[in-house]
Design a protein around this ligand. Structure first.
Ligand code: ADP
Length: 186
């Protein structure tokens, strides 16, 4: 049975953590374009070198690149049971995803939106920076990522909301509390 869940929400909202938990409970594959791109950088592939500057500055990698990554992953799957985490991030990506899913006859099941006030996001990302060593977790780059979210990604709320599958989730609190809220709407 196909199952397609799209996680929407700003950087630092905790999408990755919740996606891992839900993926293991529901036997879904977590598709994080951020992780895929970081993996290319870590392996030093041609793509990795090409995107390094862009990703480290907080801007978005081109739609063509991320859509191609997603297309490759989906085409290798027998049943489409996925959580998209960090994708789509632009209206153009959402439209490309609609085309891919249509071809695969795999409709979107639900679109949880993780909501966190911006001031708290800044703090969370900077706390994470102290633990992990991500080049895009510096204060200036964090501001850029938040701005890119507001300008490019937040419009996806208006894209999915009229379809009726957008689920707003208060993402403040412990990871267990947020997970319980997520499970209540999935
Ligand atoms: P976060 O959710 O914490 O911002 P991600 O790991 O999802 O982090 O993404 C990190 C960076 O990777 C983004 O700032 C962007 O440069 C790039 N990236 C990830 N996903 C996409 C995407 N769907 N489209 C374009 N760029 C992307």
């Amino acid at each position: 049975m196909h199952k397609v869940i799209i996680f929407l929400g700003p950087p630092g909202a905790g999408k990755g953590t919740q996606a891992k938990h839900l993926a293991s409970e529901l036997e879904l594959v977590q598709l994080s374009t951020g992780d895929m791109l970081r993996d290319h950088m870590a392996r030093g592939t041609e793509l990795g070198q090409q995107i390094k500057e862009i990703q480290n500055s907080g801007r978005l990698v081109s739609n063509e690149i991320v859509v191609a990554l997603i297309r490759d992953k989906l085409s290798a799957m027998e049943s489409i049971r996925v959580i998209f985490d960090g994708f789509p991030r632009t209206i153009a990506q959402a439209q490309a995803l609609d085309v891919l899913l249509e071809e695969l006859s795999a409709p979107i099941s639900s679109v949880p939106l993780f909501e966190v006030p911006e001031a708290i996001l800044r703090q969370r990302i900077l706390d994470r920076a102290a633990k992990e060593n991500r080049a895009d977790d510096t204060p200036e780059v964090v501001e850029k990522r938040l701005q890119v979210y507001r300008d490019e990604t937040a419009p996806l709320i208006g894209y999915y909301e009229p379809r009726g599958n957008l689920k707003r989730i208060d993402a403040l609190g412990t990871t267990d509390e947020v997970y319980a809220r997520l499970r209540a709407v999935i």
